[in-house]
Design a protein around this ligand. Structure first.
Ligand code: FES
Length: 103
């Protein structure tokens, strides 16, 4: 199934289409869409890895409560991508354990 087929199109009015970088790969996002929504549509499920065992974690609650969706967005770790809108030029990286902000 292609990325386009995973999105609902009928009855939905989308904003402008643009690309975002996820671990160096370009994916499509739309204005008004969260980063998590764009990742899900692109088939990307692993958002971070746990500190102790390095287990993959992905979207869980989708409403900003569980903290499972923390990623590095434009160098800022622990960004909850289910609560963050995608924007042109954003660079997203899978978060490795508990990354701290670079100084
Ligand atoms: S998925 Fe639960 S806080 Fe983002």
């Amino acid at each position: 199934m292609s990325t386009a087929e995973k999105r609902v199109y009928k009855g939905v009015e989308r904003g402008q289409q643009f690309e975002i970088l996820v671990d160096g790969e370009k994916i499509v996002a739309y204005e008004g869409e969260t980063i998590a929504a764009a990742l899900t549509a692109a088939g990307l499920r692993t958002l971070r890895h746990t500190k102790k065992y390095g287990h993959p974690r992905g979207l869980y609650c989708g409403i900003g409560l569980c903290q499972e969706c923390r990623m590095v967005v434009n160098g800022v770790p622990n960004t909850q991508v289910c609560q963050t809108l995608a924007f042109p030029g954003c660079r997203i990286e899978t978060q490795q354990s508990h990354q701290k902000r670079q100084k």
